[in-house]
Design a protein around this ligand. Structure first.
Ligand code: FE2
Ligand code: FE2
Length: 162
C-alpha cells in the first residue's frame, strides 16, 4: 500500500477507536445523570465505532498492509448537558467525515482501487452518522434540553438496536 495511505489508514484505526472511547465517555456521563436511554444509544454507537476500526483492520490484513496500533487519546469526561453531548457528537462526526474524505483522496491518488471501493462504505456511513447526530440535536433544541420531553427522548433512544 502507498506510504501516505498506509499511514493514514493506521491512524484511522486509532481514530475510530477514539470515537468509541469518546462515546463511551459520554455514555458514562449520561448514566451518572440518570439518562439510561441516551447512555444506551451512545454505548451502541461506541460498539459501532469499534466495528469501524475492525473494518480498517481487516482490510489491511486482506491486502497485506502492516498494522500499527497507535496510542488512543483520553476523551473529555465533563459535559454540560445532553445538548452539549450531541453538539460534540455532530462536530466529531464532521471531523471524521473529513478524515474519510482525505483517505478517499489518498486512495485515488495512489490508484488504489480496492481501498477506494472499501472507503465508499465509509462515505455512506458518514452521511448516516451526521444525519443521526443532527436529528437528535434538533430534537434537543426543540425541547430545550429539559422537562418531560427530555425523559421521552431518553426512552426513545433506549430502543436503539445493536
Ligand atoms: Fe466511525
Ligand atoms: Fe453508524
Amino acid at each position: 500500500m502507498e506510504k501516505k495511505l498506509h499511514e493514514a489508514m493506521n491512524e484511522q484505526i486509532k481514530n475510530e477507536l477514539y470515537s468509541a472511547y469518546l462515546y463511551l465517555s459520554m455514555a458514562a456521563w449520561c448514566e451518572e445523570k440518570n439518562f439510561p436511554g441516551i447512555a444506551h444509544w451512545l454505548k451502541v454507537q461506541a460498539k459501532e465505532e469499534v466495528s469501524h476500526a475492525m473494518k480498517f483492520f481487516d482490510f489491511m490484513v486482506d491486502v497485506g498492509a502492516k498494522i500499527q496500533l497507535l496510542a488512543i487519546e483520553k476523551p473529555p469526561s465533563d459535559f454540560s448537558s445532553v445538548t452539549d453531548i450531541f453538539e460534540k457528537t455532530l462536530e466529531h462526526e464532521k471531523k471524521v467525515t473529513s478524515l474519510i474524505n482525505n483517505l478517499v483522496d489518498l486512495a485515488k491518488k495512489a490508484n488504489d482501487n480496492p481501498a477506494t471501493l472499501m472507503l465508499q462504505w465509509f462515505v455512506n456511513e458518514q452521511v448516516e452518522e451526521e444525519k443521526n447526530a443532527l436529528h437528535i440535536l434538533e430534537t434537543l433544541k426543540m425541547i430545550k434540553d429539559q422537562g418531560p420531553a427530555l425523559v421521552m427522548l431518553d426512552r426513545e433512544l433506549a430502543k436503539r438496536e445493536g
